[in-house]
Design a protein around this ligand. Structure first.
Ligand code: NAD
Length: 286
């Protein structure tokens, strides 16, 4: 099976990695050549770590990497049977990309979006084939996280949902069906994990690291909310917060926090830029 992946950032690179390890040929594209090269090298590093840990045989890893092709022009995806978009969380950008994909992709291809929070129906509306557009929401880091939410838009063909569930299983994931509601299942719950933590921080009585320690130490969570926001990317988390807030017609329960906005404005985006709430000296420039 040939899978096209649009966007070679945090998620696109992870999705491409699980797809090549799942035996698929992957055509990886990014709008920026540097991002494409970086995504490719992250995949190679991550696959070689998997070999070192004994999760993947060396020859299987080599074969998998030979199935990864970087492409400069989106139209080079025209023979892909399944396309997964992992570009930034911006509705108009995703609509533009889907209109473009619709222009050349095989009529039988499935067009999937990895959006965390945008309406699948609204993205599908930019195409002439809303029945073949579906949400396929992976979690970060993709190689480690089993869950994939498969989201039907208003006009998605039920057969397309079934095929997407099968592709997710082929990539070693555990898919669940979700409705096209803001934040689907996990991100709707996760809004409160980050937004309440930001509100507590904003009240000024405790520090972010105290909050993380309490949540992990006593609450037994694997990561605290601030560590998780740094991992996700403060910009991505802010974009998701804004879109869920909009989608719930400004329900105050989902109101984004000014701390997120200030961090985005000042370029403190988390691990990918070397600094968010915490510092990551090994990744000074992202
Ligand atoms: P990212 O910023 O790491 O990567 C996005 C990539 O898309 C960048 O490399 C950028 O150069 C590229 N890009 C921008 N415009 C493009 C275009 N027109 N065509 C092709 N590539 C383009 O972002 P990410 O964290 O990988 O998020 C991507 C999507 O996945 C978003 O919709 C996000 O909400 C979703 N998502 C993110 C996470 C997370 O934890 N980061 C988890 C689940 C889903």
């Amino acid at each position: 099976m040939t899978i096209g992946v649009v966007g070679a950032g945090t998620m696109g690179a992870g999705i491409a990695q699980v797809a090549i390890l799942g035996g698929c040929r992957v055509l990886l594209h990014d709008a920026l050549d540097a991002a494409l090269a970086k995504g490719r090298s992250r995949i190679a590093q991550s696959v070689s770590r998997a070999v070192e840990r004994g999760h993947v045989q060396a020859d299987a890893a080599e074969e998998a990497l030979s199935r990864l092709e970087s492409i400069t022009h989106l139209t080079e995806m025209r023979d892909a049977e399944f396309i997964i978009e992992a570009a930034p969380e911006d509705l108009s950008l995703k609509q533009r990309l889907f209109a473009e994909l619709d222009g050349f992709a095989d009529p039988g291809a499935i067009l999937a979006t990895n959006t965390s929070s945008l309406s699948i129906t609204a993205i599908a509306g930019a195409t002439t084939r809303p029945d073949r557009v579906v949400g396929m929401h992976f979690f970060n880091p993709v190689p480690a996280m089993a869950l994939v939410e498969v989201v039907a838009g208003q006009r998605t063909d039920p057969g397309v949902v079934d095929e997407t569930m099968a592709v997710a299983r082929r990539l070693g994931k555990t898919p669940v069906r979700a409705k096209d509601t803001p934040g689907f299942i996990v991100n709707r719950i996760a809004r409160h994990f980050s937004l309440e933590a930001l509100r507590i921080l904003g009240e000024g009585r405790v520090t972010y690291d105290q909050i993380d320690r309490v949540v992990k130490g006593a609450g037994r969570f694997r990561m605290g909310p601030f560590e998780l926001m740094d991992l996700i990317g403060i910009d991505v988390n802010f974009a998701v917060s804004r879109s869920v807030y909009e989608a719930f017609f400004h329900d105050p329960r989902f109101r984004p926090h000014p701390i997120q906005q200030r961090m985005v404005e000042s370029g403190l985006l988390g691990r990918k830029t070397g600094r968010g709430f915490y510092e990551y000296p090994d990744n000074p420039k992202g």
